[in-house]
Design a protein around this ligand. Structure first.
Ligand code: ARG
Length: 604
């Protein structure tokens, strides 16, 4: 299909003879399978040539030079020029794509893409907001790698800043003598849930207490400022405690990352840039970008580029700030990675911050123009109730994951109590459900968790898609070892792998049994996977892929209902053709879910 697409584009370009230029992206998928397999919308070209789009479509249909397999045709449908492969050709094209690994065409553009995601603040717990950054980021990493880019995965840990002054102050006051190793619960704090008893949680409680008390205690705030100053100037005690807080946090974060199956190439957080801040400020100074701001602070004015709020680079007390560390990080990454694109997957509440950051960088060096991208996302809301463990007004990610897993487990107990390794499957389904729900939702809108919509076996959910995969596996198991082995990856899947590799399957000379409309719909949806993956890369959100997987799962269900598979006699290869379509579907689903960071069990 990809090759055909390329030839179609070449043919269109030569028909236009340089008057209009067409790219692969200009091609669309027709709205339904009976309208064809590829559609060229004529609007833009017609306008450029002073024609009416319907007229152009007609002209092209009769004049364009494209060699097509027999049974395929080009037809004008209103303002569209559609390429219709015909049932047989479509089956061959789609099955080849999924059954013969070497047929996969990538837009092999070896660009270096940096994806910065997750980036939690240490000494705080992972919240549900971090799930979005972590999993949207992971999907962008996977998709860009899958499409042939060189991707560097960055976790810009929030491990520096005034909050550590606060934490040090709080530790000195409320922990150092009574609970120095943070081993015990604090008598003054809300009781900690059984499954969350960890030093990190206690650190977090110190932080919450600081915020409660500083409201009426300005001295506390001054003290925190002093502690941060001590930290920035390399004070031994401050650094030692900070290092320990950091370690406590990283251990816990790693557990969550392992559970989610994500990993990073660099965990250099904000603290990594402390020794680069002076140089950064100096550079801004040399470029004449620094002005005197309020209270002795130093700022970069951005009004000339339409941003009213200046970017503060050095605070009045001489300490650095979040933005300074981001400027330093970008300059450092430019030298270390020489990238084409740097994507920051960070919440919509930081839109202004990134506008300022990019504007400052562009003033410093035009090289940054067009390379920096913030992909904001909306917040996650949880309905009130038992699952929203709230402390200091945040919802912890692990509580949400646990809740989802336990809900799934009770469904399994109910529907399939004899399933082996129930716990493992519940973990895969429960976590997959949360990730998929997140991906289905438009990236920028806020989302609200409604458990029924997260884990339902019917509807646009992760478990629904995983269920389609498990159903196919069950058919293939019954068909025999040779069949089920075709959907077992031959490579070892880890967070470092984007491509799920399967063995190569030979296509029979004749593919009968796939002309049924429901089989054709399934083929049509399978053909849409590649463009869905490409649109994840283009739009920097996973939604199109999640939706396409639902469409595939739904089409499979139609095929399964209408076309007997195992019960079918293999006269003229009907049974084998249908089994091959099952194999292709399972592979597509498996690969698509994997790009989103979701696994697909064989049984559930
Ligand atoms: N640590 C920040 C937070 O949790 C996010 C960091 C985003 N990345 C950046 N380069 N500023 O809100």
């Amino acid at each position: 299909m990809e090759q055909l697409k390329q030839s179609f584009v070449v043919a269109l370009n030569s028909a236009f003879d340089g008057k209009v230029s067409i790219e692969e992206q200009s091609l669309e998928r027709p709205k339904s399978p009976d309208m064809g397999d590829l559609a060229f919308p004529c609007f833009r070209a017609a306008k450029a040539m002073g024609l009416n789009p319907n007229q152009l479509a007609n002209q092209l249909a009769s004049s364009i030079e494209l060699s097509l397999p027999s049974g395929a045709e080009l037809v004008a449908v209103g303002p569209y020029l559609n390429l219709k492969l015909g049932a047989e050709n479509r089956a061959v094209a789609v099955l080849k794509r999924f059954l013969r690994g070497n047929e996969k065409t990538l837009n092999n553009n070896k660009q270096t893409v940096l994806v910065e995601y997750s980036s939690p603040n240490i000494a705080k717990l992972f919240t549900i907001g971090h799930l979005r950054s972590t999993m949207i980021g992971h999907a962008l990493v996977q998709v860009n790698r899958y499409l042939g880019c060189k991707v560097i995965r960055l976790n810009h840990l929030g491990d520096w800043g005034t909050q550590f002054g606060k934490l040090l102050t709080a530790y000195k006051y409320w922990a150092e003598t009574e609970n120095p190793k943070l081993e015990n619960d604090f008598p003054w704090a809300h009781p900690i849930p059984e499954n969350r008893r960890s030093p990190l949680f206690r650190l977090f409680q110190l932080y919450v207490r600081f915020h409660e008390e500083e409201e009426n205690n300005a001295e506390l705030r001054d003290e925190a400022r002093l502690w941060f100053k001590r930290l920035e100037s390399g004070d031994e005690e401050a650094l030692r405690l900070w290092g320990w807080f950091r370690e406590i946090s990283l251990t816990e974060f790693q557990r969550v990352y392992d559970r989610l199956g994500v990993s990073f190439d660099s965990m250099d957080g904000e603290s990594f840039y402390t020794d680069k801040l002076a140089g950064t400020v100096e550079k801004l100074q040399d470029f004449g970008l620094l002005e005197e701001g309020e209270g002795g602070s130093r700022i970069v004015i951005l009004e000339d580029v339409g941003i009213q709020t200046p970017c503060i680079v050095v605070k009045g007390d001489g300490t650095s700030i979040y933005a300074t560390r981001d400027i330093a990080a970008a300059l450092y990454r430019r030298v270390s990675y020489n990238f084409e694109k740097c994507i920051y997957v960070v919440g919509a509440d930081q839109v202004l911050h990134f506008q300022q950051l990019f504007a400052v960088l562009e003033k410093l060096d035009p090289w940054f123009v067009g390379r920096m991208l913030h992909t904001p996302f909306g917040m996650v809301n949880l309905p009130q109730g038992k699952m929203s463990t709230r402390q200091g007004n945040v919802i912890f990610l692990e509580d949400v994951l646990d809740e989802s897993v336990s809900r799934v487990l009770s469904i399994i107990e109910d529907k399939n109590p004899n399933l082996e390794n129930k716990l493992e499957v519940a973990e895969i389904l429960g976590i997959g459900a949360v990730i998929f729900f997140d991906a289905m939702n438009d990236r920028v809108k806020p989302i609200t968790f409604a458990w029924d919509r997260v884990i339902a076996l019917e509807g646009d959910t992760g478990p629904y898609v995983q269920y389609a995969h498990a159903r196919i596996c069950s058919v293939l198991r019954k068909a025999g070892d040779d069949w089920i082995n075709h959907v077992r990856p031959t490579n070892c899947l880890s967070a470092d792998v984007a491509d799920v590799v399967f063995d190569e399957v030979d296509l029979p000379l004749e593919l009968s049994g796939l002309s049924e409309p429901s089989a054709q719909v399934l083929l049509y949806e399978l053909a849409g996977l590649q463009s869905a993956i490409c649109s994840v890369q283009r739009e920097n959100m996973a939604t199109a892929l999640a939706r396409q997987l639902v469409a595939i799962a739904r089409a499979f269900s139609g095929f399964y209902t209408n076309c007997p598979i195992l019960a079918q006699e293999n006269s003229a290869g009907v049974r084998d053709s249908r089994l091959l379509l099952c194999v292709a579907t399972a592979r597509a689903v498996r690969q698509g879910l994997w790009l989103l960071g979701i696994r697909a069990p064989e049984e559930m």
